[in-house]
Design a protein around this ligand. Structure first.
Ligand code: DOR
Ligand code: ZN
Length: 417
């Protein structure tokens, strides 16, 4: 089967691209014969997003999201590869639990996937056996320095060092949720009024910086690859700009880039997320981090919960919201406003992710690479309507946002959706 993508803008220059079965076999100005031709005047052709930060759920939380709905959401959002987070029920912290999750993912996922492992300071042997049998399905090792959503917490600095050493031995990346639990507890006790409008004060910015510093200092001691998830504050960006090395990576999310805490007055707990939405000064600093190269990756932090759970009181409502279907439309929309090029976006949403997690033959449009591609119509707008999401979680702080571009098609290993 041959599919020709004709006259598209391939990242930043016009060309034709031929897909043979699941591989890119030609890029250039000629028009090779094909069984199917997609005429792409005024369309951007980019490598599909590789999303390193997805809470797929499934297992005992299939009611929140499962591998089928998560992968349909991915396709709807231009994402062809997802990395699943381990804070599931049961968590991805043992061989038995890993096998349960892998079976579900293999049977139901429509996109490529990797599974991050959960480290808790007591499961080195289990992680070892997973790696022995299933290394090709493993993303990295996730560590939560604070409680957020049914996750295990690592609080002992020696455990953190042990996990980092284990990762270094296996050439694995450690992903860290870097809010520091002891710091969060201190602030929680200090603050009287518990309300969504205080969320960013309760889960204080000081705790995010403290966790990021601890993770970076530990990684520098050990020499392992470190990936700081969802950096949310100006201070973290400034710290990382100064102290980051070539084995320390920084992720930001579309919500921390594009929304600030003011929106909570409108969307309430639909915007409750950890780390919290911050201030306009922070969003500006994150964009600056994108411009100057401090930020390596944009991840969605897709974290679906029931709508009924989210409309409970502030204390009861879980944190997180779906992101797979909003990330690319929002980022492509804002990037054009912020004068950020398509090739920079391509690096942040696919190429760099493939490099960090050592995925082969994805993340770029090159001959011999997998045909994982997103086609974007730059002459059509796309309103983001949560009620129409493929995700089971049909709400979003971006609900009603109109992107200046439209995700038209996602191609996953040559299959056009
Ligand atoms: O808001 C969040 N939701 N932050 C996390 O760290 C976890 C996530 C979830 O799993 O719901
Ligand atoms: Zn997350």
């Amino acid at each position: 089967m041959k599919t020709l993508l004709k006259n598209g803008i391939l990242v930043d220059s016009k060309a034709n691209l031929l897909i043979e079965d699941n591989i890119i076999s030609y890029i250039g100005l000629e028009e090779p014969a094909a069984d199917q031709v997609l005429s792409l005047q005024n369309h951007l052709v980019l490598p599909a997003m590789i999303d390193p930060h997805v809470h797929v759920r499934g297992l005992q939380q299939k009611d929140k999201e499962d591998w089928q709905t998560a992968s349909l959401a991915a396709i709807n959002g231009g994402v062809a590869t997802i990395f699943d987070m381990p804070n599931t029920l049961p968590p991805t912290n043992s061989l038995e639990n890993f096998e349960l999750k892998l079976k579900e993912a293999k049977e139901n996922s429509l996109v490529d996937f990797r599974l991050h492992l959960g480290a808790n300071g007591h499961n080195k042997e289990e992680l070892n056996s997973i790696l022995k049998h299933y290394r090709q399905y493993v993303g990295g090792i996730k560590v939560f320095l604070a409680g957020s959503s049914s996750n295990e917490i690592v609080q002992n600095p020696q455990h953190l060092t042990d996990i980092f050493e284990f990762a270094a031995q296996h050439d694995l990346v450690v992903l860290v949720h870097s809010e520091l639990q002891s710091c969060l507890q201190k602030w929680q006790q200090q603050i009287g009024e518990q309300s969504i409008l205080n969320h960013s004060y309760i889960r204080n910015r000081e705790c995010a910086l403290a966790g990021t510093k601890l993770a970076v200092e530990t990684a520098k001691k050990v020499g392992n690859k470190l990936y700081i998830c969802h950096v949310s504050t100006k201070e973290e960006i400034e710290y990382l700009r100064k102290y980051k090395t070539d084995y320390i990576y920084c992720e930001v999310t579309p919500h921390h880039l594009c929304l600030d805490e003011e929106i909570l007055r409108l969307v309430g707990n639909f915007g409750k997320v950890n780390p919290p939405l911050r201030t306009t000064e922070d969003t500006r600093a994150l964009w600056q981090g994108i411009k100057d190269g401090t930020v390596d990756v944009i991840g969605s932090d897709h974290a679906p919960h029931h709508l009924e759970e989210k409309i409970q009181s502030y204390r009861k409502a879980p944190s997180g919201f779906p992101g797979l279907e909003t990330t690319l439309p929002v980022i492509l929309d804002k990037a054009s406003e912020c004068d950020i090029s398509c090739s920079r976006i391509q690096k942040l949403t696919s190429q760099k992710v493939a490099e960090i997690f050592q995925l082969k033959k994805v993340g770029k449009l090159e001959i011999g690479y997998k045909a994982n591609i997103v086609i974007v119509d730059i002459n059509q707008t796309q309103p983001l309507i949560a009620a129409f999401f493929q995700s089971k979680a049909k709400y979003s702080p971006f609900d009603g946002y109109v992107s200046k571009v439209k995700i038209e098609k996602t191609i996953v290993e040559g299959k056009v959706y």
